[in-house]
Design a protein around this ligand. Structure first.
Ligand SMILES: Cc1cc2nc3c(=O)[nH]c(=O)nc-3n(C[C@H](O)[C@H](O)[C@H](O)COP(=O)(O)OP(=O)(O)OC[C@H]3O[C@@H](n4cnc5c(N)ncnc54)[C@H](O)[C@@H]3O)c2cc1C
Ligand SMILES: *[C@@H]1O[C@H](CO)[C@@H](O)[C@H](O)[C@H]1NC(C)=O
Ligand SMILES: *[C@@H]1O[C@H](CO)[C@@H](O)[C@H](O)[C@H]1NC(C)=O
Ligand SMILES: *[C@@H]1O[C@H](CO)[C@@H](O)[C@H](O)[C@H]1NC(C)=O
Length: 499
């Protein structure tokens, strides 16, 4: 096919230009692709770019990738804190078993799931004056498996008694979303490369879920108002710090975060990003904050706050731009978006039973979720680890910072307090509007436009994979599904997936 060959020649010519163009006389450092941010988005786009280009017979390998990260650590919103020698997830903590990119990354990198603590199941709902719902306290760990089975059965019955068949409808709602989401793992031959988030969502039939609130979607799905204002609200407050006014899609993703089989990476989820960067052998500059990005006929000049300049043929933004001061020349325009701040407070000490109207510490559940009411100053409190009966580590999520005087009411003793203010995820507002993926019509790409759909480790990886395919397909001028694989087995993890 002559047409095909001409395209191919153009591509090789272009990539040669990239290679030789990068040896420059201006004194600026140069790279084919520069990535801003070393979270899961930046690390996985680098991985996919390398993997796709270097395993492809018709595309020269994109060897020269540079990641610029303003912090001194990898991982972004995946981070750990250490208390009494134990590490705990401070940001993204749970991964769904159907998050196939994360599952594959972990297996590729030899990372193992963290072993689970067993008493996370003592769950309760607090309304500011009393526990309106509570499961049974966990059986002693020494007891027989049969008792543990009976115990979880009784808990299931307790939940069923309160919420009835609405629970099944909730399950169906979540499974329908998951089923559609799985289309993002289809093989390349039958999955297009997308230029906008809207296209991605429409192709998977998830778009309509971003147009209406979770509450509207669930009422239509036949859920009882009680389930929505209690359990569903509790879960969206824990996972997104927001209530059931978030979009149906963000809500469904949040609810999936209460499924069975959730896992996290032993040693910390940030090891996914660190492993991908190492595996892909990309260059990483830590403590290098991007201050400006200017387009200059064929490449971008990225300048850092340290005064270093980089010439990059392709630039990928892998961080939300909403609380940023990066200046763009020419200017870019994206819809305004507020980030929801989640204050994460770690406490080593002991809860005060009086605060919850109880007499004994042993009566306080291990996971305290809350309903939407101004009376409750936190979204959730959970036990992360019990050292002894009066020495434990807790994690609190709240929308506002929790000051010492409030902590002194909630806790009877505190040995250690760690506070983190995360610009955590978008403040979701249906109908959602999405920033472009291609910011300037050229080679400036934005992964985090996808966060308005839902913000998770996996959705970042899904968005990053699409950006990598988009870059390669636009550089080569061919749709990616026309580019043949070198051999069918070079990339088995992506090619052979049964849905
Ligand atoms: C408290 C909390 C709980 C969460 N829980 C979960 C969960 O259980 N499961 C889940 O899947 N997801 C969860 N999430 C969401 C998840 O963390 C994010 O969706 C995901 O980590 C986003 O990854 P990212 O790479 O897109 O962005 P980020 O992780 O934010 O990475 C962006 C990187 O860019 C860097 N950067 C920013 N500006 C510049 C600049 N100018 N120059 C250079 N570098 C820059 C930042 O330092 C950062 O390292 C949670 C988030 C929070 C905050
Ligand atoms: C980095 O990757 C190489 C292979 O590319 C591997 O041998 C090595 O163990 C990795 N190191 C870390 C710290 O993951
Ligand atoms: C990693 O990259 C460096 C520099 O780009 C190169 O010299 C080296 O051979 C690469 N190693 C692997 C395993 O790809
Ligand atoms: C790539 O960037 C360099 C500057 O680093 C530039 O000289 C070259 O022309 C660019 N190549 C292409 C194909 O745009």
């Amino acid at each position: 096919m002559a047409f095909f060959d001409a395209r191919l020649l153009y591509l090789i010519f272009f990539l040669l230009l990239l290679l030789f163009g990068s040896v420059e006389s201006t004194g600026n450092k140069a790279a084919q692709v520069c990535v801003v941010g070393a979270g899961i988005g930046g690390s996985s786009v680098s991985y996919f770019l390398k993997q796709l280009s270097c395993s492809n017979a018709n595309v020269p390998c994109l060897n020269d990738i540079l990641i610029l990260e303003r912090r001194s650590r990898i991982g972004g919103r995946m981070a750990t804190v250490t208390i009494a020698g134990d590490t705990f997830e401070a940001g993204a903590s749970i991964i769904h078993p159907k998050n196939l990119h994360a599952v594959r990354f972990a297996s590729l990198l030899g990372l193992r799931p963290r072993s689970k603590s067993s008493d996370g199941s003592w769950f309760s709902v607090w309304d500011g004056s009393r526990f309106i719902f509570e499961t049974l306290p966990p059986p002693p760990s020494s007891c027989l498996a049969i008792y543990r089975k009976i115990h979880s059965l009784v808990n299931a019955l307790l939940i069923f008694r309160r919420y009835g068949f609405s629970l099944l409808r909730m399950n169906r709602f979540v499974n329908r979303m998951l089923h559609r989401f799985m289309l993002f793992y289809k093989e390349y031959e039958s999955r297009p490369v997308f230029e906008t988030v809207e296209e991605m969502l429409k192709w998977t039939r998830l778009y309509e879920l971003t147009r209406r609130t979770l509450k509207e979607e669930l009422l239509d799905a036949g859920l009882s108002p009680q389930l929505i204002s209690e359990l569903v609200t509790v879960i969206t407050r824990i996972n997104y710090g927001q209530n059931v006014d978030i979009s149906g899609l963000a809500g469904a993703v949040s609810l999936a975060g209460s499924d069975d089989g959730l896992w996290s990476v032993e040693g910390g989820n940030w090891l996914l990003a660190a492993g991908l960067i190492n595996y892909s052998n990309v260059t990483l500059h830590l403590q290098e904050e991007v201050a400006s990005i200017a387009y200059d006929e064929g490449y971008y000049v990225i300048s850092s706050t340290n005064g270093i300049h980089y010439n990059c043929n392709v630039t990928v933004i892998a961080t939300p731009l909403d609380e940023q001061s990066i200046s763009f020349t020419p200017p870019i325009s994206i819809p305004s978006r507020k980030m929801q701040h989640t204050f994460t407070t770690f406490i080593r000490g002991l809860l005060n039973p009086k605060y919850f109207g109880l007499n004994r510490v042993s009566e306080i559940p291990n996971l305290i979720g809350t309903v939407e009411t101004p009376e409750v100053p936190f979204s959730s409190i959970s036990v992360l680890k019990k050292y002894t009966e009066d020495d434990m580590t807790f994690k609190i999520f709240s929308r506002e910072p929790i000051d010492d005087s409030l902590l002194d009411q909630i806790f009877s003793s505190r040995k250690e307090t760690i506070r983190i203010d995360w610009p955590a995820y978008p403040h979701y507002e249906a109908p959602e509007v999405f920033a472009p993926i291609i910011l300037d019509g050229k080679h400036l790409y934005y992964i985090n436009s996808f966060e308005n759909a839902a913000s998770t480790i996996e959705t970042s990886a899904v968005a990053a994979e699409n950006v990598a395919r988009l870059i390669i397909s636009r550089l080569s001028g061919m749709p990616l599904n026309m580019i043949k694989q070198k051999t069918k087995t070079t990339n088995p993890d992506i090619q052979h997936l049964d849905l």
